[in-house]
Design a protein. Structure first.
Ligand code: NAP
Length: 247
């Protein structure tokens, strides 16, 4: 695992938005960031899952969270700008953004890939990240030490057969991270990086590898050290990097 032990108050008073926060790695990050003092804005498409994460944060006595139900496939530029306005009005700030939501799509040769599904995956995994980052960047740049984390994958660095639109979307995610990071002005305190979670015990992984024993895999909680490092003050010297959570 990435070697980092976060101070208990690492994210005290920070406001952090997480996409796909109702399940898997996004939910684990929401709980971990809240445990370290952050107020979490839980964004996702299944309200019931977001409510369950909200309740868990509440029961553990962490700062009260907020919920934004949103389907990233159909969300428009207008929706994202409205989210930015609402966050500014309600919280007056945004310190961090974790782009975590993704669709796996089909595991099939690209020559046979369903064109509609290809578009769907690219909308959720790429286009929505672009629009959300554009909309929230002005607010994040106002934070003392703003942070944006993108979520990559092994197949976002080397495409492997049958990973289709998902692999294409993760290459695009790496490029988007590099662009936003390298275009950050020298004077800015914002840091933009990507995480490759590695094989992690979630519903997506089980869909991609139905024959695998999930108990052999790291849990979403296990990989949190890198998520904490890149969201907190100790990563001030890190920008434009794509880092493995399991190393
Ligand atoms: P997961 O359990 O399937 O969670 C994905 C999340 O994305 C869910 O909360 C899901 O919401 C949300 N989502 C999907 N489509 C959405 C949409 N249209 N609008 C809003 N939210 C949407 O997957 P995970 O394994 O935790 O993956 C988290 C991230 O890590 C992804 O970016 C994935 O590519 C990456 N990753 C995972 C692994 C791994 O081994 N698990 C490895 C490499 C990279 P619903 O639950 O409501 O559908």
């Amino acid at each position: 695992m990435f070697d980092y032990t976060a101070p208990e108050t690492l994210l005290k008073d920070k406001v952090i938005l997480i996409t796909g926060a109702g399940d898997g790695i996004g939910k684990a990050a929401a709980l971990s960031y809240a445990q370290h003092g952050a107020t979490i804005i839980l964004l996702g498409r299944t309200t019931q899952k977001l409510e369950s994460a909200y309740d868990q944060i509440d029961q553990l006595g962490y700062p009260q969270a907020a919920i934004i139900p949103l389907n990233l496939e159909s969300a428009t530029e207008h929706d994202f700008l409205e989210i930015a306005n609402t966050i500014e009005a309600e919280f007056g700030r945004l310190d961090g953004l974790l782009h975590n939501a993704s669709l796996l799509g089909q595991r099939t040769p690209i020559a046979n890939y369903d064109p509609n599904l290809f578009e769907q995956v690219m909308r959720v995994n790429v286009h929505s990240q672009f629009l959300l980052t554009q909309a929230l960047l002005p607010l994040i740049n106002k934070a003392e030490q703003g942070r944006i984390i993108f979520t990559s994958s092994g197949v976002g660095r080397t495409a492997k057969p049958n990973w289709g639109a998902y692999a294409v979307s993760k290459f695009a995610t790496e490029a988007m991270m590099q662009l936003f990071a390298s275009e950050t002005p020298e004077s800015s305190q914002t840091r933009i990086n990507a995480i490759n979670p590695g094989a992690t015990r979630t519903a997506m992984r089980a869909n991609a590898y139905p024959d695998e024993d999930p108990l052999t895999l790291a849990t979403a909680e296990d990989i949190m050290p890198l998520y904490l490092f890149l969201m907190g003050q100790d990563s001030q010297g890190t920008n434009g990097q794509s880092i493995d959570a399991q190393q």
